[in-house]
Design a protein around this ligand. Structure first.
Ligand code: PMP
Length: 296
């Protein structure tokens, strides 16, 4: 069944509509001019991990695109939690999205309604479990991440994802799981929907997230690594350094922590640090026993 024909409910501008009826007009500004921002969240055991952080980023992305979401942070948090419950999900993926509507046509959209929708569905693992264990294969993308002076690179903006789709399609055509994108200066940036980490001599290295999406999972993984006593260095990483790294993984809300075995001709072996952080992340996202007990 096509994704838009599923059963379920979508929160659409303040109320629930049947999944199949959650439609927009063809003259929607967001479709023509890319004026949309969105989030990707996961719920574990009925609780959305880092919900407020995601909602804050949604509002921040909207602000970067020069629009205001017509709800409060708490209203969006509550709507996300309600969407999960309405669809009978305990573990699931959530997709809040805000976009300019179809009330005016043209680049200028001063009077267009700001629409907000939230969908939730089951999304077990972004990469197949078999791939996850032995590590996924990446290839370099044709396009680079744009300079923040050229595009709103720090926003999770729909329009930026055309680069990701082109890159991911090309990678998949050539038998790879995903594409690794460089920044406009040629440094390692991120995958099409996840951030990247490397290990060299027991030290963790990851690109500085001042020019692409600073993933909430990335920030969580850095905290978990530091809590384990690992040194984490955030810096510019040249692709020339790839042969010097022993381990590599991607992380993101959908991808969680996924080991990488290859980036084109370079090889990595998922090792102790990758495994430790995969396990620590799995533990971190679960609602704590004591929290459940306290709420009971
Ligand atoms: N980079 C890109 C391009 C992404 O789409 C995502 C997924 N939202 C990430 C990084 C990881 O972000 P997060 O950990 O907040 O999901």
């Amino acid at each position: 069944v096509a994704f838009d024909q599923k059963d379920g409910w979508i929160w659409f501008n303040g109320s629930f509509v049947p999944w199949k009826d959650a439609k927009v007009h063809v003259l929607t500004h967001g479709l023509h001019y890319g004026s949309g921002v969105f989030e990707g969240e996961r719920a574990y055991g009925g609780k959305i991990f880092k919900l407020r952080e995601h909602t804050e980023r949604l509002f921040k992305s909207a602000e970067i695109l020069d629009f205001q979401i017509p709800y409060t942070l708490q209203e969006i948090d509550d709507a996300c939690q309600a969407t999960l419950a309405k669809n009978g999900l305990v573990d699931g993926y959530l997709r809040p999205i805000a976009w300019r509507g179809s009330e005016m046509m043209g680049v200028s959209a001063q009077k267009n309604r700001i629409n907000v929708a939230i969908a939730a569905w089951e999304w077990p693992s972004y990469f197949s479990p078999a791939e996850r264990l032995k590590g996924i294969r990446l290839t370099f993308a044709k396009y680079r991440r744009p300079d923040p002076q050229t595009a709103p690179s720090l926003a999770k903006a729909s329009g930026l994802y055309m680069i990701c789709t082109i890159s991911k399609h090309e990678a998949e055509r050539r038998g790879y799981a995903d594409a690794l994108m460089l920044d406009w200066e040629g440094n390692v940036a991120e995958a099409t929907g996840a951030n990247i980490f490397f290990v060299k001599d027991g030290v963790i290295h990851t690109p500085l997230a001042d020019r692409f999406l600073n993933g909430i999972t990335r920030q969580t993984v850095i905290d978990l690594a530091k809590a384990r006593g690992y040194e984490v260095v955030e810096r510019r990483i040249s692709p020339d350094e790839l042969p010097t790294f022993s381990e590599c993984w991607l992380c993101g809300t959908a991808a969680e922590v996924t080991p990488v075995s290859e980036i084109d001709e370079f090889r990595f072996t998922p090792g102790k640090i990758t495994e430790t952080l995969m396990n620590d992340y799995t533990a971190a996202v679960q609602p704590a026993e004591q929290k459940i007990a306290a709420n009971a």
